[in-house]
Design a protein around this ligand. Structure first.
Ligand SMILES: Cc1ncc(COP(=O)(O)O)c(C=O)c1O
Length: 433
């Protein structure tokens, strides 16, 4: 008898973020379309987290597919050192046209961690090239920036990095200015002032603008974040906005950095860049930063790159993704999700039955999160996570709580009815707790 795919999966695949000894059998997906995943055994599951926050316009978006096929007819991949291609150029042009004026250069890579890694190298080498090396980075407590060693060093989530602590470089973690907790504003600013007073070797301040995703969907007060960016800029520190999750409409604006007046020197983009079709990332920077790498001396170049840097299919799909944002339907959908989220928040906050076990409801643009009160400590390993995902899965809704934080990051193709049904499941769950 031949083995089933699930048996073969168990035998051969090491899944990400998974304790393989404890995990349940994975769902075997054989089709995805619009806001749904279809399992091989006939289930249709609403993807309430856009498959790890990447899928923006629904799965298998026909426009993006057409553009990938068109590019496929020309070529799929070339190296980007010493060579270039039209889609990489057109995408850079379109991206820069949608960002504020001060961004002039686009460096391509292939995922969020590499976008961050590139940004960190740009920042460190910017100072190194000028003969005044700096080695430290400021970041937020509970911030998350990816899985590579540089990205882990500046992430404030311990669960992920504890086994590697001795291999990481130095970062200083400050309190984020949490919108729902004005008492954190002063602490946040004071933390930054103290770090700046104690260290004169800070190269960069990295932050997830307006909402910290993996840390539990923690929403910032934009004007307080603005003050932090301003102070760093006054001190000559490079600011890096990690928009890997927040880019492309997630926070209600095309880029989350638009919520603040002060703009960073570098922006990292990935996840939704291709609308969730192909792995591609971009690290975008200012002319001044780029100029620090220009020299007769080859050692001053950014000697960094990846095999798939500027992949032709990836750039073609990202271009198509950006074109979709020029359609009023996309903007309307983002606005609809935003107002549905507000209703969701009001409903929970307005009902003692629903809010009994809720510590906080947070929303930002198309993202909604409920932090539950449980007897266990709040955090990534809180066991309620599994209970929540099981309950939602019985209703054919895919969620993947961050410990005791249930959140929704739906594709923009999601309808009012689908969101209402999802929220209804949340209300019923909250009532039964
Ligand atoms: C803000 C942020 N930065 C970086 C990353 C890492 O991206 P990737 O998983 O594509 O490496 C993530 C992933 O969730 C993220 O949310």
């Amino acid at each position: 008898m031949t083995k089933s795919y699930i048996d073969l999966d168990k035998e051969l695949i090491w899944h990400p973020y998974t304790q393989e000894k404890l995990e349940q059998v994975p769902l075997l997906i054989n089709k995805a379309e619009g806001s749904y995943l279809y399992t091989k055994d006939g289930r249709k599951i609403f993807d309430a987290i856009s498959s790890w926050w990447v899928n923006l316009h629904g799965h298998c978006n026909p426009y993006i597919q057409t553009k990938i096929k068109e590019q496929m007819n020309h070529f799929e991949q070339i190296l980007l050192a010493g060579h270039t291609h039209e889609k990489a150029i057109e995408l850079a042009q379109k991206l820069l046209s949608k960002l504020p004026d001060n961004y002039k250069k686009v460096f391509y890579s292939d995922n969020g961690s590499t976008a961050v890694e590139t940004a960190l190298k740009m920042a460190f080498q910017y100072f190194y090239n000028q003969g005044k090396p700096k080695k430290r980075v400021v970041a937020f407590k509970k911030g998350y920036h990816g899985e590579t060693f540089g990205a882990m060093s500046v992430s404030g989530l311990n669960a992920q990095k504890t086994p590697f602590l001795s291999q990481l470089f130095q970062a200083e973690f400050i309190q984020p200015p949490l919108k729902e907790h004005p008492e954190t504003f002063g602490k946040s600013f004071a933390d930054l002032e103290k770090v700046l007073e104690d260290h004169d070797d800070i190269a960069a301040f990295i932050y997830e603008p307006v909402i910290q995703g993996a840390g539990g969907m923690l929403v910032h007060d934009p004007s307080e974040l603005n003050k932090l960016i301003k102070l760093c800029k006054e001190k000559g520190i490079l600011c890096i906005a990690d928009e890997v999750m927040t880019g492309f409409g997630r926070t209600g604006k095309l880029f989350a950095s638009e919520h603040m007046e002060e703009k960073p020197h570098i922006i990292c983009l990935a996840k939704g860049l291709t609308g969730g079709t192909l792995p591609l990332a971009a690290t975008v920077c200012t002319q001044d930063l780029y100029d620090a790498f220009l020299s007769e001396d080859k050692n001053k170049a950014l000697l960094h790159g990846h095999s798939y840097t500027g992949n032709a299919l990836g750039t073609a799909s990202a271009l198509a993704n950006l074109e979709l944002f020029e359609k009023p339907e996309t903007i309307n959908q983002i606005e609809n999700l935003q107002s549905l989220n507000q209703e969701f928040k009001d409903t929970i906050q307005g009902s003692s039955e629903l809010s009994r076990n809720v510590y906080e409801v947070r929303t930002q643009g198309t993202i909604a999160a409920v932090e539950l009160k449980t007897e266990e400590t709040s955090g990534y390993f809180n066991k309620i996570s599994k209970k929540i995902s099981d309950v939602f899965l019985t209703q054919d809704i895919l969620v993947r709580p961050l410990g005791n934080v249930l959140y929704f990051v739906p594709p923009y193709s999601s309808t009012k009815e689908e969101m209402k049904a999802t929220f209804e499941t949340a209300y019923n769950f909250l009532k039964t707790l």
